[in-house]
Ligand binder design. Structure first.
Ligand code: TXA
Ligand code: MG
Length: 325
């Protein structure tokens, strides 16, 4: 069984840094979701991450760094937009896709000529990154395609023995994964909406083109149609639509933005926020999906949220949760 150690204990950071240095994998908290980390420069270690997650090798990993200055050895060029975005949002929930240098193994980037870089803001993640002398490649610490973990217990519940060491840094306060923005074309492209809102990016670098969500976009498999998905079937409710009534004997669940008084006959209900605040809603989304998934329901109805700010990332995740292959 995997061990969960307290990330606020400096001995945990030292121990985890040693394990990573020896080529092992370690799960650690970030402000977005928990990551499953390996030395990004050690291919044998990175292989273990793909294996533990059952992740296809065509899906590239994000490379995490502990300082803004640490980016330049891994990318061929940092254009002015990259610098502006790093200054505005790092450390934080923004991943930048930039042209890579050969020192980053092809396995990490799935053979792409680009690397995804992020400097997280979680103090435990930063302490770990600063305790090692290499960047840490880390996808979300969940089996491929399943809901991302926002607590240490989520990591243990879904990865179990596949990871020995899990660092506990409390619940993730952003709660959805980082925004992935590619700066490899003339216009910036939003490959995945996430913890930094599109409006925030555009206020710094001007118009950002939305990436096309397709089943086959190998540039960013986080855009696969069915992803972040619970096991229970999901029905996404159109904005303003009435709640469906449970059929006879049906165990129905509800995930709503705010508490609803009209969920008669529902077996289990979850509200993401008391007052409709989208930051709160994002922070609670994945834990609520996991609870609903564990409640033995036949189906879960999810209410749409407004697609502004973090609402874009929330709707992106619930659409994929509702999609079936
Ligand atoms: O918040 C996060 O980003 C978390 C924490 C742990 O940092 N990580 C995370 O990693 O969500 P993952 O592997 O679950 O999602 C990474 C996304 C995937 O959609 C992947 O396809 C995309 O980033 N990605 C990684 N490298 C890329 C590249 N070179 N070009 C385009 N997309 C890339
Ligand atoms: Mg993921």
């Amino acid at each position: 069984m995997s061990r969960i150690l307290d990330g606020n204990d400096p001995r945990t950071i030292l121990h985890a840094a040693e394990r990573l240095g020896a080529g092992d994998i370690v799960a650690f908290p970030t402000e977005t979701v928990y990551g499953l980390g390996a030395n990004a420069l050690n291919e044998k270690a990175v292989v273990k991450v793909f294996a533990a997650k059952n992740r296809p090798e065509f899906d590239p990993l994000i490379v995490h760094i502990g300082d803004k200055d640490a980016a330049s050895p891994y990318v061929t060029a940092l254009d002015p937009r990259a610098r502006q975005l790093m200054d505005a949002f790092w450390p934080g929930a923004l991943t930048l896709v930039l042209p890579k240098r050969p020192v980053i193994p092809d396995l990490v980037t799935a053979g792409l000529g680009t690397v995804a870089l992020r400097m997280p803001s979680h103090p435990v993640a930063l302490a770990l990154l600063r305790a090692v002398d290499f960047p840490i490649a880390a996808p979300s610490a969940n089996p491929f395609g399943y809901v991302s973990p926002t607590t240490a217990v989520h990591v243990r519940d879904s990865l179990g023995d596949a990871v020995d060491l899990i660092i506990d840094g409390g619940p993730c306060h952003v709660g959805v994964e980082s925004t992935v923005c590619a700066l490899t074309e003339h216009q910036a492209v939003l490959l995945r909406p996430g913890g930094v809102a599109l409006e925030q990016l555009e206020s710094v670098i001007g118009p950002v083109r939305p990436g096309e969500p397709t089943q086959t976009d190998r540039r960013s498999p986080g855009t696969l149609l069915s992803h972040y998905a619970p096991r229970v079937p999901v029905l996404l409710l159109k904005p303003g639509a009435a709640l469906p009534r449970p059929e006879a004997g049906e165990r129905l669940g509800l995930l709503s933005l705010t508490p609803r008084s009209d969920a008669r006959g529902y077996t289990r209900t979850e509200a993401l926020s008391q007052d409709g605040n989208l930051l709160d809603a994002a922070a609670h989304l994945f834990a609520a999906l996991r609870r609903l998934d564990a409640a033995g329901l036949d189906r879960v109805v999810i209410e749409s949220v407004p697609e502004t700010g973090l609402g874009r990332a929330i709707m992106d995740r619930v659409r994929r949760a509702a999609a079936r292959d």
